[in-house]
Design a protein around this ligand. Structure first.
Ligand SMILES: Cc1ncc(C[n+]2csc(CCOP(=O)(O)OP(=O)(O)O)c2C)c(N)n1
Ligand code: SF4
Length: 297
C-alpha cells in the first residue's frame, strides 16, 4: 500500500479520485475507516456508493442518517448531508427530516442492534406508516462496537460475550419483520453479492415508501472469533457455499440458523400510499377544497 502523505488525506493509492469511480461519494479525508480488516460494513458502502452513482436521484438532496455502532459510522464517511444520531434513533430523526423537507431522499444506514433492538419500536411504526425512507441494515448478528453482545438477530447456539454458553432466544427474521410491518420493498443480500446488492440499492433508491435492505455482513473481530469461524475470507466462503438466491421467496420461510443456508433476493416490491400521500388524501376528503396538500416530495 502506497501512502499519500502530501495531502491532508491519508489514504492508499487504490482510492485516488481518477482510479475509483465512487470517490466523489466518500469523505476521503476521513480515511482510513475505523472498520477492522475483513469487516463487511465497508463493502456494503462500496455497493451503496455505486448504487447512488447510478440511481436517478438528486444527490444534492440526499441525506444519510445513522445511529450508533460500527455500522452507524457509515454516515460519517459518505460525502452527503449526513447525521450521526443517538443509539436507536436514526429512524425517528430521519422521519423528522423527511417531514420537514419532503424533497429530500432520506436514507437510514445502521446495524441490526441499533435499528431492531433499541430502535425496534421506531422501525415497525415507520414501516406501518410507509414513511418514505430507505433503510439499510448491516446485520452482523452481534453488537460489534460494544464488544460482541447478543443482538436481536443472533442465531441460536452461537456464543457471545453475554451468552458464553450459546444463545437460545428466537432471532428476528428481518425481511419478515419488515414485510409484516408494512414495508413496500424488502431485500436481503450478503457482502459477497456486491452486484446484486448495488442493484437492489439502486432499485430501492428509485422507489418511494418504506424500503428495507438487509446486508448480511461479517464481523471477524467479535462474532467470528468467538465462534471460531475464521476471518473475513472464511465468511465469504460461507456466503458462497450457503447462499441460495430466491427472489420472491416467502419471507416467513427465510430465517437464518447458525452457519446454515442464507436465502437472499428481493422478496417484496409493491406499491401502497406513503404517509404523506395518505395524510393528504384523508384531509382532502374530510376537510374538502380548502385543504392545502402538504408537499409530498
Ligand atoms: C442509549 C445507549 N445504550 C447503549 C449504547 C451502547 N451501544 C453502542 S453501539 C451498540 C450496539 C450496536 O450494535 P449494532 O447496531 O448491531 O452495530 P455494530 O456495531 O454491530 O455494527 C450499543 C448497545 C449507547 N451508545 N447508547
Ligand atoms: S468490530 Fe466487527 S463490525 Fe465492528 S468494525 Fe470490527 S469487524 Fe466490523
Amino acid at each position: 500500500m502506497k501512502v499519500d502523505n502530501d495531502a491532508n488525506a491519508f489514504y492508499c493509492d487504490c482510492v485516488k479520485e481518477e482510479q475509483n469511480p465512487v470517490n466523489a461519494m466518500l469523505r476521503l479525508d476521513r480515511m482510513p475507516s475505523i472498520w477492522c480488516p475483513g469487516c463487511g460494513v465497508g463493502t456494503s458502502v462500496n455497493a451503496f456508493a455505486r448504487a447512488l452513482k447510478q440511481a436517478k436521484v438528486n444527490l444534492e438532496k440526499t441525506a444519510i442518517v445513522s445511529g450508533i455502532g460500527c455500522s452507524g459510522r457509515v454516515s460519517g464517511y459518505l460525502n452527503f448531508d449526513s447525521f450521526h444520531t443517538t443509539h436507536g434513533r436514526a429512524i425517528p430523526f430521519a422521519t423528522g427530516l423527511k417531514l420537514a423537507n419532503p424533497e429530500l431522499n432520506v436514507v437510514v444506514y445502521s446495524g441490526e442492534g441499533d435499528l431492531i433492538a433499541i430502535g425496534g419500536n421506531h422501525f415497525i411504526h415507520a414501516a406501518r406508516r410507509n414513511m418514505d425512507l430507505l433503510v439499510i441494515c448491516v446485520n452482523n448478528f452481534t453488537y460489534g462496537m460494544t464488544g460482541g453482545q447478543v443482538s436481536p438477530t443472533s442465531p441460536a447456539s452461537a456464543k457471545f460475550t453475554t451468552a458464553p454458553f450459546g444463545q437460545f432466544e428466537e432471532p428476528f427474521n428481518l425481511p419478515n419483520l419488515a414485510e409484516s410491518a408494512g414495508a413496500v420493498y424488502v431485500a436481503r443480500w450478503t457482502t459477497f453479492h456486491v452486484n446484486q446488492l448495488a442493484k437492489s440499492m439502486r432499485e430501492a433508491l428509485n422507489k418511494r415508501g418504506f424500503r428495507f435492505i438487509e446486508v448480511i455482513s461479517p464481523c471477524p473481530t467479535l462474532y467470528q472469533r468467538r465462534n471460531k469461524l475464521g476471518d473475513g475470507l472464511d465468511a465469504m466462503k460461507y456466503y458462497v457455499e450457503k447462499s441460495v438466491i430466491n427472489n420472491n421467496a416467502d419471507t416467513r420461510e427465510i430465517k437464518i440458523d447458525f452457519q446454515d443456508e442464507i436465502t437472499v433476493g428481493t422478496f417484496v416490491n409493491k406499491e401502497r400510499p406513503t404517509f404523506l400521500e395518505s395524510m393528504n388524501a384523508r384531509f382532502s376528503q374530510t376537510i374538502g377544497a380548502s385543504y392545502q396538500p402538504y408537499p409530498e416530495g
